[in-house]
Ligand binder design. Structure first.
Ligand code: SAH
Length: 401
């Protein structure tokens, strides 16, 4: 069946023509094509004012992002009947990039819009796939997506981690479901010779933070002989990398006891020793400072402090505080690895946080490396939201210059 048409208002096709994939609800000509006539997730043919075809995608009248373009080829609509072959094709294109870059099958396989599959995230843990559907349009195609993943990757298991908050913006419920195969208790990640185990069903997000891989690799170059503090450590991605690179001592801090138990197990499994301390990172930093503890390297990789634009002020303040406190436990010629995964904190603001806090404690910062998200999280050049991770390697010296 042919999908219905969604017509844009005059001149509102410009952004799509320039490469973007989103249609906001105020850009739809609701006189000609009322949004109320569509079901959430329904496939649509998107046309400019006057009827010129722009492409095919899906709609959600309940969301501020009223429609997403999936393909500019309007001959093959994104319907249940014909979406399968497009999804298979996009999966193969996504896979080709990852296979070229990574020696083992552990990476983000699909990163939404950036891989031409808006609303879909898939992480690969060997032959286990963990997927997340964040839009109604993708949710409706659950069976087609599962079939396409089976066809392209023949996984032993597909887990759907559809328990993220953004689903509520699309009117979707939260659920975790094994869509095929048998779920092991733990997922395994292999990163540059280190092996990590994380819980399969209830890890953070989809289980692992693949986006930091390249930055962790870089940490290895600074870690030899260093006393390293890994704040917000989760299962020890950064801390174990430092230990493997020859750090003299590593301390991982997290508020989650299960995560820290995982750090200890992961360290032992790799023949490494890493210390752990459970608690709120802000409190632990206060205690470490009071005890005059100093570290040569402090990694600060917190959860997003600015999740929504309206949290900007409070979040920015939190970034200032944590960076200042982290610098206060740095040794004289110390390295702060300062990260932010908040899209709403700009690169300039992040740099300014490090600059201002170094000044505040009368020290000088040198930015020795600027990192971003890994190759398996490509940026869509028209969609700024796809660029979110920032990682500054800042050497913090005594005195000002
Ligand atoms: N650095 C990790 C990812 C961090 S995820 C990595 O590279 O894999 C965020 C982590 O911060 C979670 O493990 C969570 O338990 C922890 N966390 C959240 N708030 C915290 C707080 N106030 N103090 C300490 N840990 C916190």
């Amino acid at each position: 069946m042919e999908p219905k048409t969604l017509e844009l208002r005059k001149d509102e096709d410009r952004r799509l023509r320039a490469g973007h994939q989103w249609v906001f609800s105020n850009e739809v000509d609701v006189v000609r094509t009322p949004l109320t006539a569509f079901e959430p997730g329904e496939p649509v043919a998107i046309v400019a004012h006057g009827g010129k075809p722009l492409g095919t995608g899906y709609v959600n009248p309940r969301s501020l992002i009223a429609a997403r373009l999936v393909s500019r080829d309007h001959e093959h609509p994104f319907t249940q009947a014909s979406a399968g072959s497009l999804i298979v094709h996009r999966l193969k294109v996504a896979l080709a990039l990852r296979e070229r870059l990574y020696p083992t099958p552990h990476y983000r396989l699909v990163f939404g819009e950036s891989d031409g599959l808006p609303g879909l995230v898939v992480d690969r843990y060997g032959d286990v796939l963990v997927a997340q559907f964040t839009t109604a349009g993708i949710d409706r195609l659950r069976n087609e997506i599962v079939a396409a993943l089976e066809k392209v990757l023949a996984p032993s298991c597909i887990l759907l981690r559809n328990d993220v908050g953004v689903r509520e913006l699309e009117g979707l419920e939260r659920a975790v479901e094994v869509a095929s195969g048998t779920l092991p208790d733990e997922l395994e990640v292999v990163e540059d010779g280190l092996s990590f185990r994380v819980p399969a069903r209830d890890g953070q997000k989809t289980g692992w933070f693949y986006d930091q891989r390249g930055n962790r690799e870089l940490l290895g170059r600074f870690a030899k002989g260093a006393r390293v503090l890994d704040l917000f450590s989760y299962y020890g991605g950064w801390g174990l990398r430092a230990a493997a690179a020859g750090a003299s001592e590593v301390l991982c801090v997290d508020s989650s006891a299960p995560a820290l138990a995982g750090v200890t197990r992961n360290a032992a499994a790799n023949g490494l020793t890493v210390g752990v301390r459970e608690g709120d990172a802000f409190e632990v930093l206060k205690e470490l400072r009071a005890a005059r503890e100093r570290f040569d390297v402090v990694v600060c990789d917190p959860p997003a402090f600015i999740k929504k634009r309206k949290d900007h002020h409070a979040g920015l303040t939190a970034y200032h505080r944590i960076n200042q406190m982290a610098m206060q436990v740095l040794s004289k010629d110390g390295l702060l690895v300062s990260c932010s995964c908040s899209h709403h904190l700009s690169r300039e603001e992040h740099l300014s946080v490090v600059r201002a806090e170094a000044r505040h404690i009368d020290r000088s910062a040198q930015i020795v490396a600027i990192g971003g998200q890994g190759f398996d999280h490509p940026v869509h050049p028209a969609i700024p939201e796809t660029e979110y991770l920032k990682c500054l390697f800042a050497r913090v010296l005594p005195g000002s210059f």
